[in-house]
Ligand binder design. Sequence first.
Ligand SMILES: [Zn+2]
Length: 426
Amino acid sequence: MVLLIRDGLVVDPSRKIEARLDVLLEDGKVAAVGRGLSAKSAFKGMPSLDAKGCWVVPGLIDLHVHLREPGGEVAETIASGAQAAARGGFTTVLAMPNTKPPVDDPALLADLRARAAHAPVRVLFAGAVTEGQGGRVLTRLEALAKAGAAAFSDDGRPVRDPDLMSRALARARDLGLPILSHCEDPDLLGDGVMNEGPEADRRGLKGIPRACETVMVCRDVALAEATGGRLHICHASAAGTVTSLRLAKARGTPVTGEAAPHHWTLCDQDIPGRDPDYKMNPPLRSASDRDAVRDGLADGTIDAIASDHAPHPRAAKALGFEAAPFGIIGLETSVGLAMTVLLGKGLTPSALVDRMSAAPARILGLKSRGSLAVGMDADVAVIDPRLSWTVKPPFASKSSNTPFMGMRLKGRVRATIVAGRLVHAL
Ligand SMILES: [Zn+2]
């Protein structure tokens, strides 16, 4: 199986390339990258894709998605979530284990991996840190790793007990896998529903203080330092989290971080009244937090962009701001938002592709992805930087809970290729 991607702007930060080149994919791998490959007689008549005016980048990797299978199939399935990923330029996604039941059992993990084998993109799974994500007993981390867990996380909840978190970090270190930490102090969370401050007061809603996130970031950084376990901070939303990451990295602590598009695009002032499509956890913070997260992404303190794609059915979001579940969908809007909000405002094309492909590959230890070097997996996204579009249904996702509805974005995925096979074309 061969495919020649002609005349696009190859943006490959792993090799510091930003140049108009052809890319040849063969038998599921990158076979050649060069100028004028399409003119060579050997490649005449070969199946090809015209990428003129587009970026050709290593397939995007989203290391934080919720696919809701098993137990929440009314909101999303592995198949529909993978379709949404393909539309968004993602060729690999990591599904979080807070399903019903949670992925704390090697047999369930193996079953889900078998189901995902038929999906249009590569779906990886994180195993739970604690049994039932109950925060009391560690899961069989070794058995989960053996069954193919790509990371460990109790996402949706923190690991409240520091001793348990410490032991989890030490065991994950020995297994060579990261722990993805949802940093949230339950006592500080209380029954808050949006960022603490004047915007919450104005709406008569209970606030979630920034410290709810930052105290646990500090704790986890200390535990990573003590154990040498690889810590990854999920969905950084507060300026203090960025500061902690910056200091921890300066000390050489094995810590990485991610930020979601909503946290660097919106702030609490943007919430129209009590619209539940603006309710997520962590919540939209203040304008200065949003700017700090953007700065963190720009200077690499925050390594990766992750969507925290969290589909919910219309009926659940219709319960009103206080009762509705936390979360928004994100797979189909991440690239458009990144290019509209970040490009040229702190992030170069190479930096953007690093945050969305090369960095997540590094965090997850995916050695054959995140780059278009010869021999790497033939996972590619073709992105048109000039294409303007409006966020609106239909979505490939089964859900449509997004605060970006109706927003005009510039930059859209034209084609997504996984293992040399076209899985999405506009
Ligand atoms: Zn989370």
